[in-house]
Design a protein around this ligand. Sequence first.
Ligand code: CA
Length: 231
Amino acid sequence: MDMKTILVVEDEREIARMVQTYLMREGYRVEVAFAGEDGWAMFNSLQPDLVVLDLMLPGMHGLEIARRIRQEARTPIIMLTARAEEADRVAGLEMGADDYVTKPFSLRELAARVRAVLRRTEGTTTPEVIRVGDLTVDLASREVRLRGAALDLTPTEFDLLAFFARHPGRVFTRRELLEALQERTYATLPRTVDSHVKNLRHKIELDPEDPTHILTVHGVGYKFRPEAEGA
Ligand code: CA
């Protein structure tokens, strides 16, 4: 097995070094950039297998780096975000980042996410069709099928479902989901999300009162159940 190269773009040197040391011990080759422009330059010269990307950087913002990477490559990106950067985090996921960890994070957690993302993306491009149990979401044709039967979703319902399906297992707050939908709805009330979820459940769940795909996380928001968690 060849050694994977990871590029860490993080201006807080102490964090960058800790991440580098830990991931090197895990068996990766790890290079570090301390500023946005350097990160972008090193991405191009190294062609890494994965990028750990801080969002708040001097110079070029992390989101801009993510956007540039996505324009030309499917290289997995794990974002490092502060709790206060909720909107950025959603923007980053929309831009194609594969996962994120929130500071302060444990090195063990980051390493687990690195492993998971590498495993998930190895030798694959982004799937155009996501299958979870009885549900099929075709991102390209915007078609959704339940047990083979095509469903009639509104554009907003489709976008919401696609966002969930691309990030299975992650818990999103109503505000985050609203951010993800914002260009389409212009709604500002987090509760708007509840009615979209309710409508969606009536279409994609066999029993909307006992949903198996979009789960309510009490006191937080919603999550899309990945297949691995079973039905
Ligand atoms: Ca920073």
